[in-house]
Design a binder for this molecule. Structure first.
Ligand code: NAD
Ligand code: WQD
Length: 338
């Protein structure tokens, strides 16, 4: 298939492009590089062994999107493009709503005009809000999100669901990712956050590399086995492969499906620190600090639906995730900047 990936130069998009190419698909990318670098796509081409057709454009730009759909026979779209920093979204709500919603509306209007009716969307476990119970299943009621970023995901799920209701020929797969970490095992592509990372694993790799002094562990009084927050960490390559399977599913089914992509296993912050030290033989100094506002005790998936519908299951373990995250860091101490 010819698959358009919006935001394909980003962390998850770049890994997915490689897996799509390995599965025999042709990849077209549109990205405005607001949170990524063109160098990522050069490396995707190297790993995928074929060229990637790329457009530098904002997905909110209707004329640019029209041109992309006119110049290519697109069979399906994976919509990664979006702003994703939870804390930033609290301070810049309008920017988040504008970018994430407008890009989705513009994309879907263009798809509709061109009769392209298959879309896989990057949703998030954040739409579950504060969970009453874990593991989280797709049919659980979402009581509400805790930040504007989460609401954009929630609203986009509703928008895409509404499109299917109006036109049952559409095929929509809403993938709710849990906590993607790790990097491609080649060490050539990985997560490249701007400035000081917000998320746990990129913070740990910078501490281990000596670029940051120590990790702050946000709270040790949660209702978990060691008091630190528990999450479902998933290797980004496993996540990427889930998109290949979702595209195959979308090609054969119509309707709207919500699917968790997680491992089903919850690890605490200290589990991650210990596993990282063991896998890589490096120290990660940390101090326990106050809780981070908005954090929940535990969040992990019931991944059964992904296996039943897509035949997909995460294959990489925590040691793989720690090893690959560290390889990416050591081979690219300044990310794509060399
Ligand atoms: P990322 O920031 O690395 O990638 C997003 C890409 O989209 C970037 O390359 C960015 O430049 C591009 N982009 C943003 N707005 C754009 C626009 N208007 N036009 C064109 N390009 C635009 O993030 P990621 O971690 O790869 O996440 C991909 C998607 O998955 C996002 O939608 C994110 O919200 C979602 N998601 C991420 C996580 C996570 O923890 N990484 C978890 C759940 C969901
Ligand atoms: C993981 C754990 C922290 C940093 C976020 C988004 C979510 C999704 C994935 C997009 C928590 C603890 C962290 C640090 C720490 N993204 N921590 N010290 O918050 O589970 O999920 O990314 O959709 O929407 O909210 O991920 O990596 O920030 O935190 O102790 O310096 O690590 O408290 O328990 P989170 P995270």
């Amino acid at each position: 298939m010819n698959i358009l990936t919006t935001g394909g130069a980003g962390f998850i998009g770049s890994h997915t492009c490689v897996e799509l190419m390995k599965a025999g698909h042709h990849v077209i990318v549109v990205d405005n590089y607001v949170n990524s670098q063109p160098e990522a796509l050069r490396r995707v081409e190297e790993l995928g062994g074929m060229p990637v057709k790329s457009y530098t454009a904002d997905v909110c730009d209707a004329e640019a999107m029209e041109r992309i759909f006119s110049e290519n026979e697109i069979d399906a779209v994976i919509h990664f493009a979006g702003l994703k920093a939870v804390g930033e979204s609290v301070h810049q709500p309008l920017r988040y709503y504008r970018n994430n919603l407008d890009s989705t509306l513009t994309l879907c209007e263009t798809m509709e005009r061109h009769g392209v009716k298959r879309i896989v969307f990057s949703s998030s476990a954040t739409v579950y809000g504060v969970p009453d119970e874990v593991p989280l299943r797709e049919d659980m009621f979402c009581k509400g999100c805790t930040n504007p970023y989460g609401w954009t995901k929630y609203m986009i799920e509703k928008i895409l669901g509404g499109i299917v209701e109006a036109d049952p020929e559409w095929s929509v797969v809403l993938l709710r990712y849990f906590n993607p970490i790790g990097a491609h095992e080649s060490g050539r592509i990985g997560e490249n956050p701007n400035g000081i990372p917000n998320n746990l694993m990129p913070y740990i790799t910078k501490v281990a590399a000596g670029q940051l002094d120590h990790l702050s562990v946000f709270g040790n009084d949660y209702a978990t086995h060691d008091g630190t927050g528990v999450r479902d960490y998933i290797h980004v390559v496993d996540l990427a492969k889930g998109h290949v399977d979702a595209c195959a599913y979308a090609a054969q089914h119509t309707g709207c499906e919500i699917i968790n992509l997680g491992t089903g296993i919850g690890y605490s912050v200290l589990d991650i620190v210990n596993a990282f030290e063991k896998a890589n033989g490096v120290k990660v100094p940390y101090v326990i600090t106050d809780r981070r506002p908005g954090d929940v005790d535990a969040c992990y998936a019931d991944p059964a639906k992904a296996e039943a519908l897509l035949g997909w299951k995460a294959e990489r373990n925590l040691e793989d995730m720690c090893r690959d995250a560290w390889r990416w860091q050591t081979m690219n101490p300044n990310g794509y900047k060399g």
